[in-house]
Design a protein. Sequence first.
Length: 215
Amino acid sequence: MSEQEGAGPTSAGPDDLERAIRARAAANQLVDELLCRAATARGIRMAVLVEGRSDAAAVTALAARLGRDLEAEGTIVIPMGGAMSVPRYFRVVGPDGLGWQVAGLCDAGERPHFDRLLAVERVFACDRDLEEELLRALGVERAEAVLETQGDLARFRTFQKQPAQRGRQVERQLHRFLGSVGGRKERYAGALVGALPLDAVPPPLERLLAQTVAP
């Protein structure tokens, strides 16, 4: 993928169909893996549904920073591949399936997908999305320091010079940069959380982890 913003939507082609088929197959495989793990890991009693792998990486990284092992506590974090998959996974892990407690972390715009099935107090919505929450908590200076440690600061400076980025706030440029190449959000999730002051944890993440404390 190019780091420059696209010119606009394009029609789906064979590659898009192939990616969709692979994504569906991966989701089916994950459900099967969950069922197997439930049969062997009897201690699991809570699932945290998140939209993607970057969200899961951020949750587990923050838990680790706090000295917590979520799976050892009985909680599993499940990246669903998109908010529209909530019904599928909820059927598997919720009261009509494995009987686990279920919480969710999502982008603000995707909250309705979660609210239809999860208790309102167990849905934690980020202001726009998790990347924006983390960047806001870190501030530009700390965020750019993370880019430098990851070897991407020079690439980001070049990105800032692109016509579509000129005149935008640095926070918006950083947000766009993280999402401009496939896999970058996931790679940066742990790094951003690792640089986060523990007294500045974004509220949705803080409340979610408080919800997962073992009784």
